[in-house]
Design a protein around this ligand. Structure first.
Ligand code: AMP
Ligand code: GLY
Length: 428
């Protein structure tokens, strides 16, 4: 099979890498891909935008592409699956109606309430004055969310009323474009966040191993929010008992409710959970795609061929598959970022040491990289590389990731030294 992967992050490099481990997959084309997918054997990049549906469709039809796997949320929310399916292509990723579960927080909240899924108390507003008086009545801390896709920047956890009010003003003044037509104001939950990514064919839903990511730029989980500075899997806080509850109280309810709405949701359903100190959980958000960087630690542990799972989802026969098989042990990834990220940073810095790191046992997934005219790998984004270690336990996996990272250099490199600090003492 030839598979086309849409996207250019570490997640898409990991998807392409894992797909190519399946015997059935002879070639992967990444649209547009990055420096890592350009260099990987049996993989090539196609320089089209992820929302160039017509271009992707023409290429896929002319080049015997059997399957399209969509990484990011933006093309899903714009209907890439509907478009490509209408051209006769097989696509992994939900249709536009299903992608609303990520693309509209108000829609997702209503779905959770309808389904009886545990989630924070919330109210939706269409104008600032009413939103502000609600905040005055509720008090702080409180969470203010732009309704639509905002590249991870639409949520403010406000500890003062002034913060909450300026977040509301920013949203209604159009800082997030059409994502700011509604605002969702939500009770602030305390606890640890866990990402449960599940695969579904619209009828059956199966969770992957739970993962945790580090969202903040600074050590000790301090400073600005980022797209994720590291991750590890399996997250010990998501015990088997908790995962069994997530299956029945979240995943199955979500899929049944989507089906009741006439939405045939096939792809990844990602539940972002807050685990409270008492061991209960509530859903913070749903995403309609694989998590980044969670995918970079989940896929190295997956023993069942990824292509088998994806085809079973697309062809609606997930119930027929045996349980998903996993390698034992743990995986951890550390993100090497450009100096200045998540603020301004420079691009085009030559990266050295990737091969030496790989020889030391890590898997280096590229995120913001590209090739320059001399075919050298150069930085091309804020989060540059995901250096992933595996081992029998967290101490081994984390140590391997950092050993690999020591070989890698580029001007301004920044990474957190404390990835996985909460689980370093955990045996798994
Ligand atoms: P979301 O896109 O809704 O997941 O929000 C992004 C991030 O904001 C989450 O990963 C949490 O860190 C934080 N967050 C969202 N909702 C809440 C909440 N109700 N209470 C506390 N933190 C939240
Ligand atoms: N790691 C968070 C996300 O993928 O949304």
């Amino acid at each position: 099979m030839k598979v086309l992967v849409v996207g250019n992050g570490g997640r898409e490099h990991a998807l392409a890498w894992k797909l190519l481990q399946s015997e059935q997959v002879e070639q992967v084309v990444c649209v547009p891909g990055n420096g890592g997918t350009a260099k990987m054997a049996s993989c090539q990049n196609l320089p089209l935008a992820v929302d160039d549906f017509a271009g992707i469709s023409q290429y896929a039809l002319a080049n015997d592409i059997s399957l399209v796997v969509v990484g990011p949320e933006v093309p899903l929310a714009r209907g890439i699956t509907d478009y490509l399916q209408a051209q006769g292509l097989m696509v992994f990723g939900p249709v536009k109606a299903g992608a609303q579960i990520e693309a509209s927080k108000a829609w997702a909240k209503a779905l959770m309430q309808e389904a009886g899924i545990p989630t924070a108390k919330a109210a939706v507003f269409t104008e600032a004055a009413a939103a502000k008086s609600y905040i005055k009545a509720q008090g702080v801390p409180i969470v203010v969310k732009a309704d639509g896709l905002a590249a991870g920047k639409g949520v403010t956890v406000a500890t003062t009323r002034e913060q909450a009010e300026s977040a509301i003003d920013a949203i209604f003044q159009g800082q997030f474009g059409s994502a700011g037509e509604f605002v969702v104001i939500e009770e602030c939950l305390i606890g640890q966040e866990v990402s449960v990514l599940a695969l579904t064919d619209g009828l059956t839903i199966r969770p992957l191993l739970p993962a945790q990511d580090h969202k903040r730029i600074g050590e000790g989980d301090t400073g600005d929010n980022t797209g994720g500075m590291g991750a590890y899997c399996p997250a010990p806080i998501a015990t088997p008992e908790l995962m069994a509850r997530v299956q029945t109280e979240v995943l199955e309810k979500a899929i049944a409710t989507l089906r009741n709405k006439g939405i045939d949701y096939r792809g990844v359903l990602y539940a972002g959970l807050m685990i409270t100190p008492e061991g209960n959980f509530q859903v913070l958000e749903f995403n309609c795609r694989f998590g980044d960087p969670e995918t970079q630690v989940i896929l190295p542990l997956l023993a069942t061929p990824l292509i088998d799972l994806i085809l079973a989802c697309v062809q609606q026969r997930l119930a027929e598959l045996p349980p998903i098989d996993w390698h034992s042990g743990a995986a951890a990834t550390v993100v090497a970022a450009s100096g200045g990220y998540p603020g301004d940073y420079q691009k085009g810095k030559v990266i050295t040491g990737i091969d030496a790191a790989a020889a030391a046992g890590v898997t280096v997934f590229h995120a913001g990289t590209n090739l320059n005219d001399q075919q050298q790998v150069v930085t091309d984004g804020g989060r540059v590389l995901n250096v992933t270690g595996t081992g029998e336990n967290f101490p081994q996996a984390i140590a391997q990731a950092y050993t690999g990272l020591h070989f890698i250099q580029f001007e301004g490199i920044y990474y957190r030294r404390d990835i996985g600090y909460k689980v370093l003492s955990t045996k798994c």
